[in-house]
Design a binder for this molecule. Structure first.
Ligand code: PGA
Length: 266
């Protein structure tokens, strides 16, 4: 964890829960989770549930994220929702999740345009990057990360990059694609690569301000281990965020991590 930053925990509900089920989960989470000034908790329900959930949440406790949106602000794009339409409703938007890159064939350039559109509409993009198991086996992790990060940020100024969140999610570690547990030193290596890349391209100040979080089968048992890695500013759990015990357990791990830090600092 980096010093001085709030821990960011983002629950990606993916294509799960009806509006009614989403509202039940929100109620449970309200009861279980306490406000903590150093932890920012973000929920990413389906597009359909965003509006009702926004009226049900205590905004001091939870912020909202969209799971995706289209890069044009308006026009004849049947079926799409733009970042402009989400402005004011969400603080964050997940962009370039591996399920979108793989199932919906989102290219590096599409992801870049979505990152730009989010920033243009005052929404913080949570840019997801990560290598597939085939790329990992071929020793291509660092090239893949390099290409995904540099292309996605290429239309932004250093001031804009500072506000971006980058989520490292090795595709092979995501429950959808195998859910193999990533080792902390491998995670640290790629997280460091991401920050160093941003440093080279946009300067040390930008790299330090940028939040880099980890995702990929994180649950209440593994969260603490990942949060303890130097440079990890938060987590992006998927399936565990649908279970209020597990999600609250992840937030508890973040509390414990903060306490540990406080003790170490004196
Ligand atoms: P998972 O998903 O926690 O279910 O592996 C993480 C993600 O895809 O964001």
């Amino acid at each position: 964890m980096s010093t001085m930053k709030r821990i960011l925990i983002v629950g990606n509900w993916k294509m799960n829960l009806t509006v009614h089920e989403a509202s039940l989960l929100v109620k449970r989470l309200h009861d279980k989770i306490q406000v903590h000034r150093d932890i920012e908790v973000v929920l990413a329900p389906s597009m359909l549930a965003l509006q009702p959930v926004s009226q049900e949440i205590d905004k001091r406790k939870f912020k909202l994220a969209a799971q995706d949106a289209f890069y044009k602000d308006e026009g004849a794009f049947t079926g799409e929702v733009s970042f402009t339409m989400l402005r004011g409703l969400v603080d964050y938007a997940i962009v370039g999740h591996s399920e979108r890159r793989i199932y919906f064939h989102e290219t590096l350039e599409v992801v870049r345009d979505k990152v730009k559109a989010a920033v243009r509409n005052d929404i913080t993009p949570i840019l997801c990057v990560g290598e597939t198991s085939r790329e990992k086996a071929a020793g291509e992790t660092s090239r893949v990360i390099h290409d995904q990060v540099t292309t996605a940020l290429s239309d932004l100024t250093p001031e804009e990059v500072e506000k971006v969140v980058i989520a490292y999610e090795p595709v092979w570690a995501i429950s959808t694609f195998g859910g193999e547990l990533a080792k902390p030193d491998a995670v640290k290596k790629t997280m460091d690569q991401i920050r160093n890349l941003v440093k080279e391209l946009y300067g040390a100040e930008t790299a330090e301000a940028l939040r880099v979080i980890y995702g990929g089968s994180v649950d209440d048992h593994t969260a603490g281990g990942y949060l303890a890695i130097e440079g990890v500013d938060g987590l992006l759990p998927g399936s565990a965020s649908l279970n209020y015990h597990k999600f609250a357990g992840i937030i508890d791990s973040a509390y414990r991590q903060l306490h540990k830090k406080d003790k170490q600092d004196g």
